[in-house]
Design a protein around this ligand. Structure first.
Ligand code: ATP
Ligand code: MG
Length: 357
């Protein structure tokens, strides 16, 4: 039976990096007989330009029907001044929540070939390989009530709400434990249980889920301490599970330990391993259309797709190996360039990965 992948290039560098990732996906499809069929769609600014909204109903229907979605990036200055209800980013939040993609997996891996790109000392980061599991469809980003109101004295007041139900916590905790099982049997749950009601429940429910995973070593950490520990001694972590807001911040922090936002993929999964795969970085309007963007984060997102949505770990590993090979060959896009290496553009990097694969 053929499986379908919806490809959403998006905005800015999105179309350029997706073109390279699609080359790699097409080759893997053929080489490993994956039986994948690719379909195209629009999201974000590209969708606003074509359909008047950042996520058209027809695109959402397509997204529901396929087995996985490959996304470039959305947003850019062109759409910054339009009404906030139809901004490109709204399309992204909507597709995540409509597809129920509650589990966001963000690896932070330091490639040995790029060791000097990290902001930390080599002994602190060498061999770094951590996975942050972020809850993606709940918490303060979606909680209501949220509003800005005018008080009687004329002052403005704004508020957000941070709700988590037991079932929302339980399902993301399970993903954290499952990932820990696949890796090194170590899970750190990050919360702010000394202050927040939602975090107290979070900690209780994670403890309950832990009973089903006696083989996984569980620890808890307050988010402020976790932020500090991530730059002090990041290798103490293996899998980290946390809520939407804390995960947003910590995963950006972790990505910088690797020194290269252009290298980091992500996966957002539902309960049945249907997923949306995208690079961690944004649409990089400052370099869009110039053939300068690093396509490796998007190519590695393809690898995550094959692993998590299609259970094709052999093909996934082959892509990761091909990426490592082109780094060994000394090829570098501008964002990861260092002395003595050969500077290449987006397409040349993509072609090199195809050749290595
Ligand atoms: P967003 O709000 O969408 O996350 P942002 O402004 O926070 O966007 P990015 O779009 O990720 O961040 O860009 C941050 C910086 O990193 C920019 O200078 C951009 O050029 C650079 N950058 C991002 N992605 C890449 C890439 N794939 N290759 C090279 N440089 C990149
Ligand atoms: Mg950003």
């Amino acid at each position: 039976m053929t499986k379908k992948v919806l490809v959403l290039p998006g905005d800015g560098i999105g179309p350029e990096i997706i073109a390279e990732a699609v080359k790699v996906l097409n080759l893997a499809n053929k080489k490993y007989n994956l039986g994948l069929e690719l379909v195209d769609g629009e999201l974000g600014g590209a969708a606003i330009d074509k359909h008047g909204v950042p996520l058209a109903d027809s695109t959402l229907a397509l997204a529901r029907e396929v087995d996985a979605v490959l996304l470039g990036a959305v947003g850019g200055p062109k759409w910054d001044t339009i009404d906030k209800s139809i901004r490109p980013e709204r399309g992204l939040l909507k597709i995540r929540s409509e597809l129920g993609l509650f589990a966001n997996l963000r690896p932070a891996i330091l490639y040995p070939q790029l060791a000097d790109a990290s902001s930390l000392k080599p002994e602190v980061v060498s061999g770094l390989d951590i996975l942050i599991v972020r809850e993606l469809t709940g918490g303060i980003y979606f909680g209501t009530p949220r509003d800005t109101v005018i008080l009687e004295n004329g002052e403005r007041k704004a508020f957000d709400t941070l709700p988590y139900s037991e079932s929302e916590i339980r399902r993301i905790a399970k993903v954290g434990f499952d990932m820990a099982r696949l890796r090194n049997q170590k899970l750190c749950s990050v919360d702010k249980a000394n202050v927040l009601e939602s975090s107290r429940l979070w900690r209780e429910v994670v403890e309950e889920v832990a009973k089903d995973y006696p083989d996984v070593e569980l620890s808890h950490m307050y988010v402020d301490n976790a932020a500090m520990q991530l730059v002090r001694a990041p290798k103490q972590f293996d899998v980290v599970v946390t809520d939407n807001l804390f995960g947003d911040i910590l995963s950006d922090e972790a990505s910088m330990l690797t020194g290269s936002i252009g290298m980091l993929p992500s996966a957002s999964l539902d309960a049945n391993n249907k997923g949306m795969y995208e690079p961690c970085h944004g649409s990089a309007p400052d370099i869009a259309g110039q053939g300068l963007a690093n396509p490796l984060a998007t190519i590695l997102s393809v690898s995550m797709m094959l692993r998590y949505s299609f259970a094709q770990s052999q093909a996934a590993e082959a892509i990761e190996k091909a990426v490592s090979d082109v780094l060994d060959q000394g090829l570098r896009t501008g964002d990861i360039m260092s002395a003595g290496m050969r500077k290449v553009g987006t397409a040349e990097m993509g072609d090199a990965v195809v050749a290595a694969l």
